[in-house]
Design a binder for this molecule. Structure first.
Ligand code: ZN
Length: 249
């Protein structure tokens, strides 16, 4: 049966700042919808949540690296960045070992999507020494860009997001705007964030109704449950099917 706004789109659900409050409830909610997600974790949040993370891994969800602390890469030295990545990587190794499950791939996302060079925010420039240095750190630790089939946005390609190891997003849900002093004007309320899924600006990160590209979706692990569930349900109602990215060398 065709649904309204049926696009045949695949969504790759990625959740940042994990694990956070209601973590098990969020996993179970996704399970009830047959959704597996890629959860980018801050090492500092993992310390007291190992059992919960093992639960998520065993259900088929994937954990990625989001630095130890939630800090801007542009404010750190390369050595500090290396330490942020390595310490979190060790915790990820540990929880996968405890779960007796092999890590499907090593995935990384920058806090604030800040790739280390604020001036070229989000854009990877191979000529910038620090940006390149971070890519080398990731590469040496076995990190690869998770492969998301059918993501074809030209703006995304031009931003260099297929040429770097860190994973970016095509649909930022703006869930972080809820009750935030840093909110983008007009997106402070739950309803505004939920309604945003219907905006049509595929060249500008709002393409959920656009049939031409699949979608890398960003939500946060701390988001109010009404937003977390509401966004997911609205995307499902559009006919979006959720899949996990896969390893590709
Ligand atoms: Zn984050």
């Amino acid at each position: 049966m065709m649904k309204y706004n049926e696009t045949g789109k695949i969504g790759y659900m990625t959740i940042d700042d994990a694990p956070h409050n209601n973590f098990i409830e969020r996993i179970d909610f996704f399970e009830s919808k047959e959704i597996k997600a890629l959860w980018f974790c801050n090492g500092v949040r993992m310390l007291d949540m190992k059992d919960e993370l093992i639960y998520a891994i065993k259900k088929g969800h994937i954990l990625g690296n989001h630095f130890y602390d939630h800090v801007n890469a542009s404010s750190l030295t390369l050595e500090e960045i290396k330490s942020q990545i390595e310490s979190t990587d060790q915790l990820l190794e540990q929880v996968y070992e405890l779960a007796y499950i092999k890590r499907p791939f090593h995935a990384f996302r920058f806090p604030y999507l800040n790739n280390g060079d604020r001036a070229k925010y989000r854009h990877t420039n191979g000529h910038d020494e620090k940006v390149k240095g971070i890519q080398d750190i990731l590469k040496n630790l076995g990190y690869t860009l998770p492969y998301c089939d059918g993501v074809t946005y030209q703006w995304y390609k031009e931003a260099g997001f297929f040429d770097c190891i860190n994973m970016d997003v095509t649909y930022d849900s703006f869930d972080w705007c809820h009750n935030s002093p840093h909110a983008v004007a007009g997106y402070e309320s739950i309803e505004a964030i939920l309604e945003r899924v219907n905006e049509e600006a595929p060249g500008n990160g709002r393409g959920l109704n656009d049939a031409t590209s699949n979608e890398i979706i960003l939500m946060h692990a701390y988001t109010d449950m009404a937003i977390f569930k509401g966004l997911t349900e609205r995307m499902l109602a559009k006919g979006i099917r959720f899949e996990l990215p896969v390893y590709k060398k």
